[in-house]
Every structure is written in structure tokens, then in C-alpha cells.
Design a protein around this ligand. Structure first.
Ligand SMILES: [Zn+2]
Length: 263
């Protein structure tokens, strides 16, 4: 039986670190000092098959980040994730975390990875600060970009956080090679996906994979084109679709949210 992740504990552990080290601006997270105080030796070196790992040796730990990781927002997230393992998962001697694990957020995935990701997300994008930044602003690509600059977090991690606690109800889809790998919806989003699926044609995301479009403007799509298994959807039910192409890995982040009906 799978054990459910305890997100509440992960969030409270992150808050403890923020309080303990007087973190006011998470962008300035003093990782070196924190790791030192928490008895963790930090290093960067070549790792095969994973982006980061944590080794526990009694009261001491070692966190290693793959030296191929150069993108600062990604590096920060991995360090925070490994720190989460160190603080919360004392019964496990070591973790080797790859890209897939760093994207596990749902029940059904590994409890340990979901907790480490939840910890990292709360540490780098504290709920109150994040909500403050979203207040009074409509969802847009500019908002996600500015949040990711403000918190020095990747677009993917920021998009995830926004889907969780932002002020627009939406569905976030991560696809790669024209295939939806994972998706996440706000708690009150109306429609649902089932299982993994190829990106439906007649969508903006499909047009991006065909090389037909290259921009990131918001466009209107018929909701049924995405939610093919939702039989209750009317033909004139529309959604907004916004894409963030990640060309380096032939991937795409897609946001879908309700299109206000105007007559
Ligand atoms: Zn991990």
C-alpha cells in the first residue's frame, strides 16, 4: 500500500527554516550557511542518472548537486529538495533524485519525493509572499514570468505553485514529444483529464509541436478539444490556452483556464 505524503509536515518544516534563519527574501536564501548549521556538507560534481543526491551518515549529511546543472533556479530547487529529504526523512540513508522525481507532486507518486518537493516549493515561494505578489493581478504569461524572476524559481516550479495557490482556477499540462506527461489543476477547476494522453490536435500546443507557432500569446480554444472524455461539455464552451515552449527538450507547459463567456 502506498503511504500518502504528509504535505502539512513538509510545509511546517519549510516554515521552521524560514523562521530559524530569519529569511525575509527567499531569493537571497543563504543555502551555504543553512546547510553548514544543519550539519550538511555541500558539493557539486558529476553525477550519473540523477540531478542531486543526499547521503546520511549519522548526524552528518552530504548533499551533492550534479555539476551539469547550471541554471540557477533549477539548482536552488534541487538543493532545497535535498535539504527537505535531510530534515524530514531520517529513516532513509540516501536519495538519488532525477528530473522525474523533482516533478512528483501527486499522491500516488513517492511519498518522499512529494514531501521534498512540497518543502522546496514552500521554502522558495512562501505562501504568504507568493499570494501577496499575485494579489489584484490577472493571470497572464507576464505574471508567471515576473513571479519566477521575483522568487528566482524555474517557470515550471512557479507555474506549479501558481496552480496550487494563485488566484485563477486553471489546469497546467506538461507535455514532451507531443505527449502529456503530467498535469495539475487548481482544486476548483471544473474539468478533468484521465491517464496520460497525446496532445489533441486543434489545440495551440499541438500547433507548437507542428512548428506552426512560436509565440506565447493567449488564444481561445474549444474546451472539448482538450477534454475529449468530458461528455457534458457543450461545443460552445471555451477555454483560454497559453503555452510556454521549452524547446531545448521538445517540451511545453500549457495553461488552460475558463474563457469568460460574453454575448
Ligand atoms: Zn528526492
Amino acid at each position: 500500500m502506498k503511504v500518502m505524503a504528509n504535505k502539512r509536515i513538509a510545509i511546517s518544516e519549510a516554515k521552521k527554516i524560514i523562521d530559524k534563519y530569519f529569511i525575509e527574501d527567499p531569493k537571497e536564501m543563504p543555502f551555504e550557511a543553512i546547510l553548514g548549521f544543519e550539519n550538511v556538507f555541500y558539493q557539486e560534481r558529476k553525477l550519473s542518472n540523477c540531478l542531486g543526491n543526499m547521503i546520511r551518515n549519522g548526524k552528518r549529511g552530504i548533499i551533492t548537486i550534479n555539476s551539469d546543472v547550471n541554471y540557477q533556479p533549477q539548482k536552488r530547487f534541487i538543493i532545497a529538495h535535498e535539504l527537505g529529504h535531510w530534515l524530514m526523512h531520517k529513516d532513509v540513508p540516501n536519495f538519488n533524485c532525477d528530473d522525474k522525481m523533482l516533478h512528483e507532486w501527486h499522491n500516488g507518486s513517492s511519498k518522499y519525493e512529494v514531501e521534498a518537493n512540497t518543502f522546496a516549493s514552500e521554502l522558495l515561494m512562501p505562501k504568504l509572499l507568493f499570494e501577496e505578489e499575485c494579489k489584484g493581478k490577472n493571470f497572464s504569461k507576464e505574471l508567471i514570468s515576473s513571479l519566477s524572476e521575483k522568487f528566482l524559481t524555474s517557470l515550471t516550479a512557479t507555474a506549479f505553485r501558481y496552480t496550487d495557490i494563485g488566484n485563477e482556477s486553471l489546469m497546467l499540462v506538461f507535455s514532451r514529444d507531443k505527449f502529456a506527461r503530467w498535469y495539475k489543476s487548481s482544486s476548483d477547476f471544473e474539468f478533468a483529464f484521465y491517464g496520460k494522453f497525446p496532445i489533441p490536435s486543434d489545440t495551440i500546443t499541438a500547433a507548437y509541436y507542428r512548428g506552426e507557432i512560436d509565440n506565447r500569446t493567449t488564444e481561445r480554444v474549444i474546451a472539448k478539444k482538450w477534454f475529449t472524455k468530458d461528455w457534458n461539455l457543450a461545443d460552445d464552451n471555451y477555454l483560454n490556452e497559453l503555452i510556454f515552449p521549452i524547446k531545448s527538450i521538445n517540451a511545453c507547459l500549457t495553461f488552460l483556464w475558463q474563457h469568460p463567456v460574453k454575448f
